[in-house]
Write a protein that binds this ligand. Structure first.
Ligand SMILES: *[C@@H]1O[C@H](CO)[C@@H](O)[C@H](O)[C@H]1NC(C)=O
Length: 533
């Protein structure tokens, strides 16, 4: 049997990551530098209080410990460069950049280890080959390259921990799976969004109806493991717990982030913009809207223009909608929860491994599509679990390809420097082509043999055209970007450009979600086995 080692993949991708070290990095770089400084210079009790720099520590304790470890490794030349200074804005040079970039590359080794573990848990040769394609696609993901090696974050390591959880789940090692997930939560709490799926999956390994069982030993082991992990993480902060929690859950942020993540709220905001234009220019629409909504729209439009402008950037505070009803955190929370619960019901009835990963994907979708203040980078939370099941059946590849193409293109606005343009676009295009081909190669043809309906054929075409449509989208946005530097007038279009990307990508992500739901709820044969696929 072939070895399917990821070592070569790591070695081949390393030079590119090293080359990107000197390129653009976002403010997240100073975030992590500041956290190193905080954990190095201050006693533990002050970590979550320190606020000299606006990028205060707002990840759970394991991540803070991680920064502490990194801070211990800082050599004198990097320290003298200002890497460990607690200042309002970091003042650092090359040594700090090289050091921090190397910490990302080094911590990512854990991802490769985790993916190799996942490949190794395959039982058959075909399963192993499929796992290898899955693992390569994740290890080489353009989203990781953009978010970690250009923008600057540590997603690789974190998704490595999630991968360990899934690899253990796949080999039915429940306690170990729970251990890795609890660890992940103590690193970054965004993964709470996926927690309902693993909670229900583990619970129904202990409790069963057909046949009736109650495995209290397993339940106790899992419970104690999770409690132990959280105790190790949070015990040192027992006295500062309320402060720690306000840092982790700042509820004062707006509905949408700086740019709109490609989710339902992007479409909602866009619909509001369209209605505003119709209201302004079509007398009939104006009459109708005034009659049904009361006459305060004009006041909102004139008085609220500043609010509306701020909503477009979405920086702080609430988003103002002129015509559509305001969206409150409670509404987003309710919708997210509703769609999560819907996904969990079949999982509770038949808690197989594949259904668990499907439910996790749907939890990711629910939080991404309906959540409050969603960041476009969070699309990885959907893509990650989805990738592990995408190669089970051809029918799953369609929503998957829709999700990755729309999701990855929506990350492009994160990187706006000309130098990295070629990298983000070229790399993503190559990745999409290589993995479309390889996923189709290793994926079995549909298990159901019903011939394709006309509707299905048309749907396939629409998906193909949609994905091709991403090309003109990127071209138009790029041309606008280039012309902007020459003609100041065009800078006023900056928002239109971002909106175009968000709205087009949102259509793709929502479409992939609908397609995936149809398969999750409609095709039991895809989820009923626990096999190697
Ligand atoms: C995976 O399996 C290979 C070959 O059986 C072995 O050499 C390697 O150490 C294993 N890796 C992990 C991470 O389990």
């Amino acid at each position: 049997m072939a070895q399917y080692s990821l070592f070569n993949v790591w070695a081949v991708s390393l030079p590119l990551k090293l080359l990107l070290m000197g390129g653009y990095h976002s403010t997240d770089f100073d975030v992590h530098r500041n956290w190193m400084a905080i954990t190095k210079n201050l006693p533990i009790a002050k970590w979550y209080f320190e606020d000299t720099n606006q990028w205060t520590l707002d990840y759970p304790p394991f991540f803070a410990y991680f920064e502490w470890v990194l801070a211990q490794l800082v050599p004198p030349v990097v320290k003298n460069d200002g890497a460990l200074d607690i200042v309002a804005t970091g003042n650092y040079g090359w040594p700090t950049v090289v050091f921090q970039r190397l910490t990302v590359i080094a911590s990512e080794i854990f991802l490769f280890y985790a993916l190799q573990t996942y490949i190794n848990t395959s039982k058959t040769a075909a399963g192993k080959r499929r796992a290898y394609v899955v693992a390569c696609s994740l290890a080489l993901s353009p989203a990781l390259l953009i978010c970690d090696h250009i923008h600057f974050q540590y997603n690789g390591m974190l998704f490595g921990i999630l991968t360990m959880c899934l690899a253990r789940a796949r080999s039915h090692r429940y306690v170990s799976s729970a251990f890795w997930f609890a660890t992940l939560l103590c690193f970054k709490h965004i993964y709470l969004y996926l927690a309902p799926s693993i909670f229900v999956w583990l619970l129904f390994q202990c409790i069963g109806f057909k046949p009736v069982k109650f495995d209290w030993q397993l339940l106790t082991k899992i419970g104690l493991t999770v409690i132990a992990v959280f105790a190790v993480a949070f015990a040192p902060f027992a006295r500062q717990l309320p402060q720690l929690l306000t840092r982790l859950f700042p509820f004062s942020r707006g509905l949408t982030h700086a740019y709109w993540a490609p989710n339902v709220w992007a479409l909602y905001s866009f619909a509001d913009r369209v209605l505003i234009q119709m209201y302004r220019h079509l007398p009939g629409v104006r009459l109708a809207l005034d009659r049904y909504l009361g006459a305060d729209i004009t006041t909102k439009l004139s008085a609220g223009s500043e609010l509306l402008a701020s909503a477009t950037r979405g920086l702080v505070g609430d988003v103002a909608f002129a015509i559509l009803p305001t969206v409150t955190p409670a509404v987003t929370f309710g919708l997210t929860l509703f769609y999560m619960v819907l996904a969990l019901i079949p999982l509770a009835m038949n808690p197989t491994y594949s259904r668990f990963v499907g439910a996790m994907t749907l939890c990711g979708y629910a939080s991404f599509l309906f959540g409050w203040h969603v960041h476009e980078k969070a699309v990885l939370v959907v893509v990650w679990p989805f990738t592990f099941i995408a190669a089970r059946d051809r029918s799953l590849l369609k929503p998957f390809s829709l999700l990755v193409s729309a999701g990855f293109v929506s990350l492009f606005p994160l990187i706006f420097t000309p130098m990295e343009w070629g990298v983000k676009v070229g790399y993503t295009v190559v990745w999409l082509m290589v993995f479309f081909v390889n996923f189709s190669k290793v994926t079995p043809v549909p298990r159901s043999t019903t011939p394709k309906s006309t509707g299905g054929v048309i749907l396939d075409r629409v998906v193909q055209w949609y994905v091709l449509g991403l090309v003109p989208l990127v071209v138009v946005v790029t041309v606008l970007e280039v012309l902007e530097t020459k003609y100041a007038v065009l800078q006023r279009l900056e928002f239109a450009k971002l909106m175009l990307t968000s709205v087009y990508c949102a259509v793709g992500v929502v479409g992939s979600w609908i397609g995936f739901n149809a398969l999750y709820f409609g095709r039991d044969d895809l989820w009923n086995d626990d096999d190697d696929a």
